[in-house]
Design a protein around this ligand. Sequence first.
Ligand SMILES: [Ca+2]
Length: 277
Amino acid sequence: MRRFFFLLLLCPITLGSCQKKPAEETSPAENATATVRPAPAWQQHRDLSYRVIKELPHDTRAFTQGLIVHAGHFMESTGGHNTTWLRKVEIETGNILIERKLSAEFFGEGLTELNGKLYQLTWQNQQGFIYDATTLAWQKNFSYQGEGWGLTDDGTHLIMSNGSSKLQFIDPKSFRVAREITVVDGGNAIDQLNELEFIEGEIFANIWQTNRIIRIDPKSGKVLGTLDLTDIHAKETITHPDHVLNGIAYDPESQALFVTGKCWPKIYQIALEPRDK
Ligand SMILES: [Ca+2]
């Protein structure tokens, strides 16, 4: 049965901005023009730590499930029944430029942008939603098997986690699973893979309920290294056990990397450093 999907358009903060196309946004064709550049220095090291470059505001109502940078803005998918939003957010101020709220039956999960479209998962509905990446106008639904957790893409396929040690590569038109990898480190499968981000040819995956991100080879599933984010939110008051690390966003143009957590008051821009320097 095809479920009725209801979207409520809200522009509570910047009324009228929904009609405006921000000047800095570019078309998918323009985004496709990539320049060849050397691999970032952090890829020479297996295990990484971090240095906070900047602290940015984050809505403490936002139970972050998917975070990306697209055309100079954060795009965020949040979870919870009645607190599931898809948002376009100003990076520096945290101002919500466009917000769409899903009806209470849906619990939002991972988010990615591919060829000018946003793809948003839900946790247990086995339904995802496609939106225009500029206007956040809903376009259509899609279906998948099992739970939806994290989502990213490699420019060709959607890459989805479901809480297990497997990542599925999904065709964005047919929504068939093109291939699947099992994430392994030293022969051990690594499960609880949650929020994802495709960064410089690697898949970064947050391990649910930890401050640990692993770096995965998208071809083999082999763990290439780790990113230890211990103490990144120590200054904040995190009172609820569910408010764990769960946002990774990367801007390939500026190579800026951002991390946050569910309902955390800050998004951190970080630089990657060798863990044992
Ligand atoms: Ca992400």
